[in-house]
Design a protein around this ligand. Structure first.
Ligand code: GAR
Length: 211
């Protein structure tokens, strides 16, 4: 990162509908996210609606597909190449389904953040993704859930927590109603704020977010 830079270049990695990406773009346009700018969106799914959202806002988008069983290295190398070409300082995982290798996460230590739809350390880790997280929370009978934004380490959902927001589970909630409320009232609010917080820290520390 060059010394005079006043914004952190961000890549958002997506796989699905991209409502969290939309929240980041909206926050950028409203001035809630001021110290970072989304330079590129990378999808690992060919038909991810998130890519349309990026294009609508004139943000570059690339699709990188993981093919076959032993191709994590090739897949990650393609992503790294795009990150380098776009001079990316911060990677945001916003509903990204691929679990990045230890090699990748250690190379980008404190430079990858993720949003997860529960209060970590509950209902998280390998296999906990999307609607499944809410199904598990309802089945367990917890009364409070929420969302977490955290740094990504080699342990799935195990990195340092940056921000959390709690949401009550109502009687009669289904996984779908709960997912919607967690997204609207927690994820879409804390993700842009957490990104802004990390960007400010990175700018203060010459490119590093403290940990
Ligand atoms: C979001 O709820 C996000 O928290 C979740 O996937 C959804 C993606 O939605 N991520 C995880 O479960 C990661 N473990 P989006 O594509 O509309 O942002």
């Amino acid at each position: 990162m060059k010394k005079h830079e006043s914004k952190i270049n961000i890549a958002v990695l997506v796989s699905g509908s991209g409502t969290n990406l939309q929240a980041i773009i909206d926050a950028q346009e409203k001035g809630i996210l001021r110290h970072g700018e989304v330079k590129i969106v990378i999808s690992n799914k060919k038909d991810a609606y998130a890519v349309n959202r990026a294009k609508k806002h004139s943000i570059k988008a690339e699709t990188v597909i993981k093919e076959g069983q032993n191709s994590q290295d090739i897949f990650e190398n393609s992503i790294k190449k795009i990150l380098r070409e776009n001079d990316i300082h911060l990677i945001v995982l916003a509903g990204f389904t691929n679990i990045l290798s230890q090699k990748f996460t250690s190379e980008y230590k404190n430079k990858i953040i993720n949003v997860h739809p529960s209060l970590i350390p509950s209902f998280c880790g390998k296999g906990f993704y999307g609607i499944k997280v809410h199904e598990e929370a309802i089945n367990y009978g917890v009364k409070v859930t929420g969302a977490t934004v955290h740094f990504v380490s080699e342990i799935p959902d195990g990195g340092k927590i940056i921000m959390q927001k709690a949401i009550y589970i109502n009687k009669g909630d289904t996984p779908e109603t709960l997912q919607k409320r967690v997204m609207q009232k927690a994820e879409w609010i804390i993700l842009p704020r957490a990104i802004e917080k990390v960007c400010v820290e990175m700018l203060k520390n010459g490119g590093c977010a403290s940990n």
